[in-house]
Design a protein around this ligand. Structure first.
Ligand code: MN
Length: 414
């Protein structure tokens, strides 16, 4: 590569440079895509590590063992969030990032942040305040997981760089913008602060030139750069005010549409038939787990056992079809990627069976919850999906909802 401007008298040279530029762009895109794939591969075992730590923490441990297991869990969770940053960054670079918009409660998000950071703050002797203005809407539509990650990124650092004093997280109503409510999150700490020059460099990727910043936002060097890209992708903005020795304030404002009646209603407790009771007459609920990965098999069946369900395991689609032929199940948990017959094909075949088995509720288990995947799963005949890593509460909630829906459907059709 040279810094020379192309010579207009040699059009061949310009064409050559154009060709090189196109090749470089294609290479960048391909590398971003393979990075996205690798991140997915890493997330599956990371999810298993977190889940195993959860299971371990649920056993009898002495204080020392408990501390070890908690550190293991915290470190693994931290690593997953770094992976999410890398994955999102590669998707942004490839122009492939889609927001996962859904109804959520901003107040619940604040409560969740409070629960998450209460222990870390009290360990460091910091005063943590988390407050939401009562005027903010009950429900809005947004990518809550990404909003949470942006805020976590800022709060983690606020705690890390505050020796004494407080970390205050507030949420207020920032007014209307194009029919949307602007949510204003503010994270204020009484920590070491940063110079104006350091603040100016905060958002550049991989900035490690300034020791204050590399110390403060070390690691991948992606934290705030990706946070700002994500916030801007949501149509919002992130601002920082800081001075050395006086603390730092971050303001994140994001315009969010109100949740529609339909989505809002879904999250409110709707009257549901008591599935557990109706099932007690005919025996316990039996679930077929179709999953090839041994760790996931063990994890899911351990959870199912804890929830009080009976289960069988099939390692692929063929085995699943044979198992369904032999035994009556109430629900199927279906992995997507399996050797032999995969989850999509197995689901299509189950839906074509004769008799009641064709109507079994099927929940997909997937490592790639990309935009558009949901539609594919539903098109193949699945009722719902759970993305890995599998969280106990999500697994329970989805199974419960699917069983309730299928019970209601059966009652409805007689
Ligand atoms: Mn699999």
């Amino acid at each position: 590569m040279t810094d020379r401007t192309p010579d207009p008298d040699h059009p061949g040279e310009i064409a050559e440079l154009r060709r090189k530029l196109a090749a470089a762009e294609a290479a960048a895109k391909a590398s971003a895509e393979s990075l996205a794939e690798v991140s997915h591969e890493i997330r599956t075992p990371m999810g298993a590590i977190i889940s195993m730590a959860d299971l371990l923490l649920d056993t009898r441990l002495d204080e020392t063992q408990k501390t070890y297991a908690e550190t293991l869990r915290r470190s693994a969770t931290g690593l997953v969030s770094i992976l999410s940053d890398i994955l999102d960054n590669s998707k942004l670079e490839a122009g492939r990032l889609e927001l996962n918009m859904a109804a959520f409660s901003p107040r619940d998000l604040m409560q969740d942040l409070k629960t998450t950071y209460a222990a870390a703050c009290s360990e460091s002797g910091l005063y943590l305040v988390v407050q939401a203005d009562p005027a903010i809407p009950e429900q809005v539509r947004g990518d809550v997981a990404r909003i949470r990650r942006v805020l976590s990124n800022i709060i983690d650092n606020a705690i890390k760089f505050t020796e004494e004093g407080s970390v205050i997280v507030t949420l207020s109503d920032g007014g209307e913008h194009d029919g949307k409510t602007v949510l204003e999150f503010c994270v204020r700490d009484t920590g070491i602060g940063m110079s104006a020059e350091a603040v100016g460099k905060l958002y550049s990727s991989y900035t490690q030139a300034d020791p204050t910043i590399s110390e403060r936002f070390g690691g991948t060097g992606l934290g705030l750069s990706i946070a700002r890209k994500l916030v801007r992708k949501m149509g919002g903005e992130i601002e920082c005010e800081s001075s050395p020795g006086r603390g730092t304030t971050f303001r994140v404002s994001i315009p969010l549409a109100p949740a529609t009646d339909e989505t809002a209603r879904r999250s409110v407790d709707a009257p549901r038939p008591d599935v557990t009771r109706t099932k007690q007459d005919t025996g316990r609920i039996r679930i077929l787990v179709v999953e090839d990965n041994r760790i996931n098999q063990m994890l899911i069946t351990t959870y199912l056992g804890k929830f009080g369900y009976d289960y069988d395991v099939a390692p692929n689609g063929e085995e699943a079809l044979r198992a369904i032929d032999r035994t009556g199940y109430d629900l199927i948990l279906m992995d997507i990627q399996m050797p032999g017959m995969d989850g999509m094909e197995a689901t299509r075949r189950i839906r074509k069976l004769d008799g009641p088995a064709a109507r079994l509720p099927i929940i997909a288990l997937t490592a790639n919850a990309m935009q558009g995947d949901r539609e594919c799963y539903l098109a193949a005949g699945m009722d719902d999906y759970i993305s890995k890593p599998i969280i106990a509460a999500t697994l329970y909630g989805k199974i419960d909802a699917a069983l309730a829906e299928s019970a209601a459907r059966d009652t409805g059709t007689g």
